[in-house]
Design a protein around this ligand. Structure first.
Ligand code: GDP
Ligand code: CA
Length: 336
């Protein structure tokens, strides 16, 4: 079985870790595994948050995936390396270059240095990512959505009221998404193409999962890469989404600020309708939401959705494995 996941950072990485844990219980060697069952998980990662910073290429969502699936993530924080230190960033601040709002951990910096060195040899980001993943054995294939530098910028009001563009990371990390966003702009999107393997991973999948990632700046950015939305609409695989919104609020982070900017209410039903059903021109076939939103599930079913409410708080790996199993179950009947 081939499963393709369209992921941002923390939400998508935690979900994928649970998915892999679930698959390990149904694969060869596991007590209930059907004979010959194998599974291959491909993650198409958002690279819209990437940036050049201090001379190195930083890929926040790819790294969160790599560290989470590779067992190296700072668990409480959800991103970055565990047992991280920040001596280099602290020392750099003394030079007063600006940009002190973004801290590169000492261990994390090693990843960015390695990535930058590999990129400088002429390798594309897909090959570079595969090379970095050799160390971490994430158990899934991590593919950048594109190899071109597509960066999400946020348009906010400048001091004199005229529009100013900030890199997404500056808006999110420095300003904690508190500056009202007028809109998101993907700089470099026009001439970009899906990264190597991305369209194949959508076409050849048996199931595609949209995990509980930010619908605007994670999944929305992946879908905006020319060709990706069409490939998702065309795949024979069923597409199931898991709501990142529970009871009218994002579980962590400030996704509500992103949804507001695109005029979508922060509710599990509104996010489902924003993605839309494939039989109505959208990208999903089914939607898994939280038991707190059972009424919304009912509402969506009345509109013709395949929707189910289950506990979706990813509190630990076994609980998250259950959520992944529920997502797969929801579309199992339609799977070819
Ligand atoms: P980011 O790139 O690090 O922001 O991560 P993602 O885009 O992959 O995921 C962010 C989203 O994950 C947020 O909007 C959260 O609401 C959602 N999220 C985080 N933890 C949970 C959880 O335990 N359950 C659910 N349903 N969503 C979650
Ligand atoms: Ca991100």
């Amino acid at each position: 079985m081939k499963i393709t996941v369209l992921s941002g950072g923390v939400g998508g990485a935690r979900f994928t870790r649970g998915l892999l844990a679930h698959l390990r219980t149904v694969l060869p060697g596991a007590p209930d595994a059907p004979a010959g069952t194998t599974a291959e998980v491909t993650v198409v990662a958002n690279t819209g948050d990437d940036m050049w910073f201090r001379g190195v290429r930083v890929c926040p969502d790819l790294d969160t995936l790599m560290y989470t699936l590779g067992g190296a993530v700072h668990e409480d924080q959800g991103w970055g390396r565990r047992e991280e230190t920040t001596r280099t960033s602290t020392d750099l601040a003394a030079y007063g270059l600006g940009g002190e709002w973004f801290t590169l951990g000492d261990l994390d910096l090693a990843t960015h240095l390695a990535r930058t060195e590999l990129l400088r040899t002429g390798l594309g980001l897909a090959d570079v990512t595969a090379r970095l993943c050799r160390r971490w054995s994430p158990g899934a294939r991590l593919l950048p959505m594109t190899e071109q530098e597509v960066e999400t910028h946020v348009e906010v009001d400048g001091p004199d009221g005229s529009p100013v563009l900030l890199h997404f990371e500056e808006w999110w990390v420095r300003h904690r998404a508190a500056l009202p966003a007028r809109r998101f702009v993907q700089v470099g999107l026009g001439p970009s193409q899906p990264g190597p393997g991305v369209l194949d991973a959508l076409r050849d999948a048996d199931v595609v999962v949209v995990p509980p990632s930010n619908p605007v700046v994670s999944v929305g950015t992946i879908l905006a890469v020319p060709g990706v939305r069409d490939a998702l609409r065309a795949t024979r695989a069923p597409v199931v989404g898991v709501s990142p919104v529970i009871g009218g609020a994002p579980v962590r982070g400030m996704a509500d600020a992103c949804l507001r900017a695109i005029g979508v209410e922060t509710s599990a039903a509104a996010v489902a309708r924003h993605y839309g059903r494939r039989d109505e021109g959208g990208v999903l076939d089914a939607w898994l939401l939280d038991t707190a939103d059972a009424a919304a599930a009912e509402e969506l079913r009345a509109e013709g959705w395949v929707a189910r409410a289950v506990p979706t708080l990813m509190t630990d790996v076994p609980t998250t494995a259950r959520i992944a199993a529920d997502a797969l179950d929801l579309v199992a009947a339609g799977r070819r």
